[in-house]
Design a protein around this ligand. Structure first.
Ligand code: FE
Length: 192
């Protein structure tokens, strides 16, 4: 059996279709929705709101799903139990799913391929600082790294630090700076 996830997925979809368990158009529509309508732009809007509205930030950290729904909500699946963790000057959060590829779809869309890579999944737990450095994120010595293991029960979203020098930017301008990788915790947000 092949280990290429794309081939395996295609084989699985074909099998399910042949048995009449799924309709290909439904699967295609689902993929298209997550490619075009639901993606990191939703998470970015949530982050920008949290940066500009302290009361919203408090609601988001206390109970993420209703707070996310205030801004936008891409869909119900795979995000019912999102928890938001906030990066600070001395603590950096990073997210993984060690078992498979659990991911907060409604706010980040489909996971990138590296998130599903067995090397990332096993190594980021054991040696997060090294893995992050390899991905281009050199954290200052002394910053505590907390690794969160996503699961079917809890999916994590990182609230990155607002970059300095962005005091004059609007919420929309701030949202445009926020990347998917920063919300997974493998990057930080930079000023324009
Ligand atoms: Fe998983």
């Amino acid at each position: 059996m092949t280990h290429d996830p794309a081939l395996r997925t295609e084989a699985l979809e074909q099998l399910l279709t042949e048995r009449g368990l799924v309709v290909p158009e439904v699967v295609d529509g689902f993929v298209a929705k997550y490619e075009r309508e639901v993606g990191p732009m939703i998470g970015a809007r949530v982050v920008a709101r949290a940066w500009t509205d302290p009361a919203y930030r408090a609601r988001l950290l206390a109970d993420a799903v209703p707070a996310i729904q205030e801004v936008a909500w891409g869909g119900g699946a795979n995000g019912e139990h999102i928890v938001v963790v906030e990066n600070t000057a001395d603590t950096h959060h990073v997210v993984v799913c060690t078992l498979c590829s659990c991911y907060p779809w409604p706010v980040l869309g489909l996971p990138p391929s590296w998130y599903k890579d067995p090397a990332y999944r096993s190594r980021v737990v054991r040696e997060p600082r090294t893995v992050l450095a390899e991905m281009g994120l050199d954290l200052v010595e002394g910053v505590r790294i907390v690794v969160h293991d996503s699961s079917a029960e809890v999916r994590w979203l990182v609230l990155p630090q607002r970059p300095p020098g962005t005091e004059d930017l609007s919420e929309e301008e701030l949202a445009s700076l926020v990347t998917r990788d920063a919300m997974v915790g493998v990057a930080v947000v930079s000023a324009p």
